[in-house]
Design a binder for this molecule. Structure first.
Ligand code: ADP
Ligand code: ZN
Length: 674
């Protein structure tokens, strides 16, 4: 950290000097010359009053008496040795503390009775002058203090520079020669898919020539999406480390400050720095702090500033030439709330999922983090991985560190299993509040649910091929079955029914194996109901309601008036219910018939957390959809050898209905998440 700049220091000094001068000046102005009154006591004073020497008495704050002598008395007193130092020209000559105001009053009345001297008495309340001065200065001190604080925080966390530097980006820069902090792929355990995707970027940076010669465009940005602590920052650093280029790191929240326009100018500055250092990696952590979708909750102040910052990022990313060698990596755990404009081509057009690690990955992460620890021989990483379901990489790093601390506390020479388990317990305690760790029972329930989806989808020929099944929590979902929707142009009602069976299968499996049902199926049921409703009310797929569609492609019908009668509404309801019931029955039939296999799949899931198509095939045999496709190809070849002229393979020959817009996106891997 740098010292505060000269400019700042001189401002602070000036403020202090000004304060001092003001205080001293004030004190001097109100100072009264003439010497100090002499301390005395009340009986002595009454004596003076009785003798008629006192011109006036002031009772201050009900505790002090100030005594002014008559001029004659002053003359007399000053002659005496005892009172040589009497302040002749002062306002008062004596002072003393009084027993009480009442006593003073009584004494004076008595004296008056006896001697006839009537001495005027004044009562006053006087507050301390110094307290007064300080009291009146406090607001000023506060104001000046606040101002200084603003200046400092504007400069940001004590970093260098002065007020003029507000708009400078405060990126942390790791230069390529900094071998000490260099992170490489070796340090990142697991995350194989993410590493593979990001390898490409390393290659771009290492050998840009290769791509340029071919006329290819080097990507400008990639988004690393995943929960906190899963190694997104590490991965970005590893890219820089592997490509041996500088790494500029900044957090999204650094852009958002209280001064208008600061965010945008920081962005400008950041990209300026990056271009000077190119080729390099710019890493923006927590990009959701600025990249949240624009226009939502408009009307709150501060929003504008964020929008300006976001716009500036977009402008900068569009602005630099594709081959300038600056690659922007951004991390977020809320990819869903990001502004879509960020994801457009030429910006963060690649999204790399960085999820929570599964058993095997956790084992590898333990491997990385125990490397530097002195562990007792025979500690099994596999065992530790099994104990830490739901942990992120950062949690595991934490466990390892905690275990070392516990061992040190107990004066052990090596870290044993015992310390690891104690550390895991401690960290689970912290995690459970964040609601990521499932109990064994919950894990089994999730596994049964997912196994149900996977089994039914596997066994129905028209449903989409399952790619992988996992019980690793992700966002708010507990597990997911990933499938690859086929690109169908023509979707039949049989097709939709089978898909519905696959969707309700999770709930059915819970009923069959556990006897209880959970709230986890909300999303499944919502999608099933939507699909059934679309079939009946939009696609005319119910005989009872008939070939009518209440779909409103213009989107102009208002939402309150239904285009059908009460009677039809009831019929639609009943038909929707029937379709869902039938789909549920079908799922139940399949699950009952394959009870033992579904259970086996669930157990495998509990053990391995992520299960791929091969594993499912090992249990259930070839999937029904593959059988179907094989049969179709065989038919097609048979048909062509028979000489029947067909322009296109069968499924594509049918004209496309425009009616698939209510189905989910068809082009990518989709998960049934709960
Ligand atoms: P994120 O940016 O996703 O929040 P980080 O990259 O900052 O997470 O990771 C925090 C720490 O967790 C890292 O410094 C590292 O010690 C540990 N960690 C996370 N994931 C991994 C992993 N896959 N392999 C090894 N260590 C990891
Ligand atoms: Zn489900």
């Amino acid at each position: 950290m740098k010292r505060p700049s000269m400019r700042m220091a001189s401002i602070i000094n000036f403020v202090w000097v000004a304060l001092l001068v003001a205080i001293i000046g004030w004190g001097g102005l109100t100072w009264d010359g003439g010497g100090k009154p002499i301390e005395s006591d009340w009986p002595a004073i009454t004596q003076m009053v009785a003798e008629g020497d006192v011109e006036q008495i002031n009772i201050v704050n009900k505790e002090l008496a100030e005594v002014k002598l008559t001029e004659k008395a002053i003359e007399e007193y000053s002659q005496q040795d005892e009172y040589k130092k009497i302040p002749r020209y002062g306002e008062f000559q004596f002072y003393c503390t009084i027993p009480s105001v009442d006593a003073v009053r009584e004494d004076l009345a008595e004296i008056q009775q006896q001697s006839g001297n009537n001495t005027p008495v004044k009562y006053e309340i006087r507050s301390d002058r110094w307290m007064n001065i300080i009291g009146s200065l406090i607001p000023w001190i506060l104001i000046i203090g606040f101002w200084v604080f603003m200046m400092r925080s504007a400069r940001g966390g004590g970093g260098g520079g002065n007020v003029m530097n507000v708009g400078k980006a405060r990126a942390q820069v790791y230069d390529k020669d900094n071998t000490e902090n260099r992170v490489t792929f070796k340090d990142v355990a697991g995350l194989e898919e993410a590493k593979q995707e990001i390898m490409e970027i390393v290659d771009f940076l290492r050998r840009p020539q290769k791509y340029r010669e071919l006329g290819g465009k080097i990507p400008k940005g990639a988004l690393l999406a995943g929960p906190p602590g899963t190694g997104k920052t590490m991965l970005a650093k590893a890219v820089a480390g592997e490509a041996n280029v500088p790494f500029l790191s900044i957090s999204g929240s650094d852009f958002v400050e209280m001064f208008v326009g600061v965010g945008a100018s920081r962005v400008r500055d950041l990209f300026q720095q990056a271009k000077e250092k190119a080729p390099c990696i710019v890493f923006i952590d927590e990009i959701d702090a600025i990249g949240r979708a624009r226009g939502k909750n408009a009307g709150f102040s501060g929003n504008d500033e964020r929008e300006n910052t976001l716009n500036q990022i977009l402008t900068e990313m569009d602005g630099f030439a594709t081959n300038s060698g600056v690659i922007v990596l951004a991390a977020t755990n809320r990819a869903d709330i990001l502004d879509k404009a960020l994801m457009r081509a030429g910006r963060f057009d690649r999204q790399i999922e960085v999820g929570l690690p599964d058993v095997k990955e956790r084992e590898a992460i333990f491997g990385v983090h125990t490397r530097k620890l002195r562990c007792a021989p025979g500690i099994s990483h596999e065992f530790l991985a099994k104990q830490t379901a739901g942990f992120s990489g950062a949690d595991i790093a934490n466990v390892c560190n905690e275990a070392a601390l516990i061992a040190a506390r107990h004066d052990k020479k090596q870290i044993t299993k015992e310390e690891f388990l104690a550390a895991i317990d401690r960290i689970v305690g912290g995690l459970e509040k964040k609601n990521t760790v499932m109990s064994a029972k919950e894990r089994y329930a999730t596994a049964i649910h997912e196994a149900g989806h996977a089994a039914v989808m596997w066994l129905l020929p028209e449903s989409d091929p399952v790619v992988k099944v996992t019980i690793i929590p992700r966002g708010r979902s507990l597990g997911a079955t990933w499938y690859l929707p086929e690109e169908r142009v023509h979707v039949t009602s049989g097709n939709l029914r089978q898909r519905m069976s696959g969707m309700v299968a999770g709930r059915v499996a819970e009923q069959t194996f556990l006897g209880t049902i959970g709230t986890g199926a909300l999303n499944d049921l919502e999608r099933t109901s939507n699909m059934a409703y679309s079939m009946v009310a939009f696609y005319g797929m119910s005989e009872r309601v008939g070939n009518v569609s209440y779909y409103d492609s213009t989107g102009q019908r208002d939402a309150f008036t239904k285009p059908f009668s009460e009677q039809t509404a009831r019929e639609i309801d009943e038909e929707v219910r029937r379709l869902i019931d039938e789909a549920t029955e079908e799922a139940r039939r399949l699950i009952e018939a394959n009870r033992e296999k579904v259970e086996r799949l669930a157990k495998l899931l509990v053990e391995k957390e992520t299960v791929f198509a091969e594993d499912i095939e090992a249990i259930f045999g070839r999937s029904a959809s593959e059988e179907r496709k094989a049969a179709e190809t065989a038919e097609a070849t048979a048909a062509s050898t028979e000489g029947v002229v067909e322009n296109e393979p069968a499924p594509k020959a049918v004209p496309a209905p425009e009616a698939t817009d209510n189905a989910e996106e068809q082009s990518e891997v989709v998960a049934t998440a709960e």
